[in-house]
Design a protein around this ligand. Structure first.
Ligand SMILES: [Zn+2]
Ligand SMILES: [Zn+2]
Ligand SMILES: [Zn+2]
Length: 348
């Protein structure tokens, strides 16, 4: 991710709404993919240093959860990223202190926006399902309901027909770590969920149409292979013993389309982390324009460094995965599909 600076020179974060140094308002401009300093003009309007006018996102005005800006000329009340929401965690539950659903939604928005930022910075444009019912994307953030300690209604994080559902309990650290431990996963993050589900969405609505898609089965196996049965078997028997040789995660071994989603998820992670590392001076290699082989080499080198630093802090590894030759071949394929899609979108 880019580095962002307030006009006072202070470095600021993607999620910031104010500069911690000079208290000036900040907002994210999706057009320039930049966090910019804004000045209020009146009750609803802000202006940036270039004289462009913006409004705050409706989800910021109503719920305090969004720092993305809406251009003054837009007919939309919500920002680009918030327009992808179909269901948000119930914000009417006000008798809970602290307001749990507010924090859940806040964390989901942060991860969602990071994932969208990566797609846009790679050159992949996506549309929302309100504007484009045929091939657009929408998010449902819904949590499982409990009756006492028993999960009465179970919400599965997943993708179906243009809708990504995220169980908003994933935004609770305890619930997420419990799931991670139960499923014996090496890592489980909210951002990883978004990248994984975006992979399913992109394949289902866009990527399968590309010429490159005919090679999918050479790398991952038959996409149409019995999905439900495969997943049931996986949850019953676990992954094959030698999964680390062929799959980036145990779950990737459950089905070809899960392997695709996990590999795509890792491709976005690698791209985003290398980009950030290069911009902050931790790595000499920018991922933009790099071949997939060089990208993975640079990542292997950086991931070891990140793990060493994390271990020195007393944290678990930042990247607890091993990219074998078999997995590298699949990542190469993901990179080729992305580049073909980007080229196709540019020609439109
Ligand atoms: Zn400042
Ligand atoms: Zn917004
Ligand atoms: Zn999946």
């Amino acid at each position: 991710m880019k580095r962002f600076f307030c006009q006072c020179g202070q470095e600021v974060f993607f999620e910031n709404k104010y500069c911690s140094n000079c208290t000036q308002s900040l907002g994210f401009d999706v057009k320039s993919l930049n966090l910019i300093t804004i000045e209020p003009v009146d009750n609803s309007l802000f202006v940036d240093l270039d004289g462009r006018h913006f409004r705050l996102c409706g989800n910021e005005l109503d719920f305090d959860v969004c720092n993305w800006l809406v251009p003054k000329e837009s007919a939309q009340r919500l920002c680009f990223a918030c327009q992808f929401n179909r269901t948000i965690p119930n914000q009417k539950v006000v008798d809970v202190n602290p307001p749990i659903n507010y924090f859940r939604w806040y964390r989901l928005e942060d991860a969602k926006k990071r994932a969208i930022y990566t797609l846009l910075s790679i050159g992949i444009n996506i549309s929302n399902g309100w504007h484009d019912p045929e091939s657009g994307l929408l998010f449902d953030f819904i949590e499982s309901e409990f009756s006492g300690d028993v999960e009465a209604t179970k919400v599965n994080t997943g993708y179906a027909r243009g809708i990504v559902t995220i169980n908003s309990l994933e935004a609770d650290d305890v619930a997420r770590i419990q799931a991670k431990t139960h499923l014996q996963e090496r890592q489980r993050t909210i951002l990883g969920h978004f990248r994984h589900e975006l992979a399913h969405y992109l394949w289902d609505k866009h990527l399968f149409k590309l010429p490159m898609s005919r090679y999918f089965s050479d790398f991952f196996g038959e996409e149409k292979f019995e999905y439900r049965e495969s997943l049931d078997l996986y949850y019953e028997n676990g992954p094959p013993k030698n999964w680390p040789e062929n799959y980036i995660s145990a779950y990737a071994s459950a089905h070809p389309s899960e392997d695709w989603a996990e590999t795509f998820n890792h491709y976005l992670l690698i791209f985003e982390c290398l980009d950030t590392a290069q911009r902050i001076g931790m790595s000499n290699t920018s991922p933009q324009g790099l071949s997939a082989e060089d990208l993975i080499d640079a990542w292997r080198e950086l991931a070891v460094k990140l793990n060493q630093v994390n271990r020195s802090i007393g944290l678990s590894d930042a990247y607890p995965f091993v990219i074998t030759g078999q997995i590298e071949v699949k990542l190469n394929y993901v990179a080729s599909v992305i580049s073909e899609f980007r080229d196709a979108q540019m020609k439109k």
